[in-house]
Design a protein around this ligand. Sequence first.
Ligand code: GLC
Length: 750
Amino acid sequence: MKEEKLRELLDSLSMTEKIGQLIQVPGNMLNADGQELGVRDELGIGDELLRNVGSTLNVVGADQVRRVQEEYLRRSSAKIPLLFMADIIYGFRTVWPIPLALGCSFEPSLLRRLCAATAQESTAGGVHVTFSPMGDLVRDARWGRCLESTGEDPNRNAAYVKACVEGFQEGLAEEGAGKGIASCVKHFAAYGAPEGGRDYNTVDMSERRLRQDYLPAYRAGVEAGCEMVMTSFNTVDGVPATGNRWLMQDVLRKEWGFTGVLITDYAAIAELVTHGVAKDQKEAARLAMEAGVDIDMCTGCYANHLEALIREGALTQEQLDAAVWRVLSLKNRLGLFEDPFRGADAAAENRLYQNESFLALAREAAAKCSVLLENKGELLPLREAGEAEGTQAKGERIALIGPFADRKEALGMWAIHGDRKGVVTIREAFAETPGLDFCWTEGCETLLPEDYTDLPVLAERGERVCWSEEKRKEEWARALEIAENADVAVVALGEDEIQGGEGGSRTKLTLPGDQLRLLREVRKRVSRLIVVLFAGRPLELREVKELADALLLVWYPGTEGGRAIRDMLFGKSEPEGRLSMSLPESVGQLPLYYNAFSTGRPYDGKTANRFFSRYTDCPNAPLYPFGYGLSYHSAAYGPTHLDGRILKRGGTVTVWAEVTNTGSRDGVETVQLYLRDVTGSVVRPVKELADVRKVFLKAGETRRVEFAVTEEMLRFYGRDLQYRSEPGLFRAAIGADSSVVPDAEFELED
Ligand code: GLC
């Protein structure tokens, strides 16, 4: 609709109809059976308002969306189409690897392709807006939502968020094209830094750290044109984000120029009362509206108090109209006034759902995101010398053991619209492979009651089936028996889905249940042991590292996980992933991240002297560092060279190294450039990932890999919080992961 017509529409609305546009209700309040995250309190929304709410969440599926939209438009007085929003975080029906895995690809273009495919599925499924990508930087694996983050590096996270927004919104701007879905970048801001890694806990940091490390990814989403931003549950400098005018008005809208829609996280306006910054929901509504929040997700605050606040002069009609205008403008950009169903089409949905090109993409993503942590004696890929790659060595018997051997619940908590029935397990992939001789059993469950305090309750409610003592004994015996008779064991272990995701904060990061004990027993009985590890966060893997001959971290690998794992085990594809997050030696080291400051007493990892920044009972170093990963090829890095020692403003210095594929098979090497600003007006990290190149190298090939370093890459928030570079000494290093020490020196000229 033309803008002047839209303006006329806005002016024609009653107060109730305007306020209605700013309210989002759960689907069951609109007679849908959408995903219900539970309404914490009766919203108290009157019938006239309910008939005019602006949006709903997690109601998906072409038929259902059409039915709900039709019924809504019939009953609504304003006749403005509903917005259908959903948590489509890493795939809709076809589910990709979790974002923490996607961050291991070091390939933003892959994430863009995945999000574009998801947008196609979602549009057919009637969805207009997705609450994705999450831009939250993470440094503490105790936080269950590491799962949804792309990791611990600000530079990479910004690149990934940009790629996701572009992928989701591809074609959105084309007039009436009905392509793409609106992307809602979340959770603004710094939700990934709760104290103690405990979800919803206090976030408190300097404005410098906030701007330097935590804001870049959200900003990248805004600069990529995301249509929506979601406020986070946490405080920022003592004020909850949802009522934080500095964050939402000064930073998001004024500094960054965000003109899209600002929605709260679930019930976050009401939580301003619980946080203790609003005495009641009326004050909470005022604080949120003053902060510039447009849509109230699932509380009655706006519904029950906005009209009175405006009548009393605490808020203005202009504030209300500005918020409604942004919501109507989004609906207009989506073409909803021309087509309220916007392409929702059950036939297209089924045709798209898990079509072969999406499944192939899912397999490609799973291989690019899986991280080979150990490969002693080059056990992987499995084949006999001289055997054609991709086939099992003749006569070898494989024992597939573990709770993730045949588990469809391996998508991660936030694949709420994914089809778990469509997940291909390792067992299924093995079974469909001609000539593959294997036997399998689970051996043990993923969890024991002490691993998940709610387990007994879930079992009582029938939401979780725990084995009988008899089944436990049978499975255990069978596992040891098949291990005894096998040439090689593939042991599929991991963190249970219910342990991670939102509300999944943990203090113990070792493998849960009897899984470690099972691994020890299998180890005693088999000469070659491969561990395939499923997880939604970094785990403590010291003992797994020692027991396994090969250790492949697949995270939650998505719909095609089983086939991707089979292809990697037999060399049809190569695990390309490099860690997006440091894997700790111990949970006691957390928070843990590679781009840390030196401190005045950096520990060299060797001296016995205690008066250094160190633990007396654990190394400082992670078990596996950010950026780490092995491959089936091997690579050698030559020294880092610089073409020039002086970087002038506006100029570049070329940093390069020769990288050689010293292996017997072609492969992709993820070449990483780290820089260090040796002295600054504030302390600077001992290294920062400045750029990455994924380079295909044929066996034996040597390639000169170059990076152009510019003055812009050296900028940071200085003592005055201005974002600029400072002249002085810098060091560079090109390497395979963040364990490299920048030592090639250059100067930035004044
Ligand atoms: C949840 C999550 C958020 C999600 C929203 C809607 O509490 O924090 O990521 O998008 O509610 O489901």
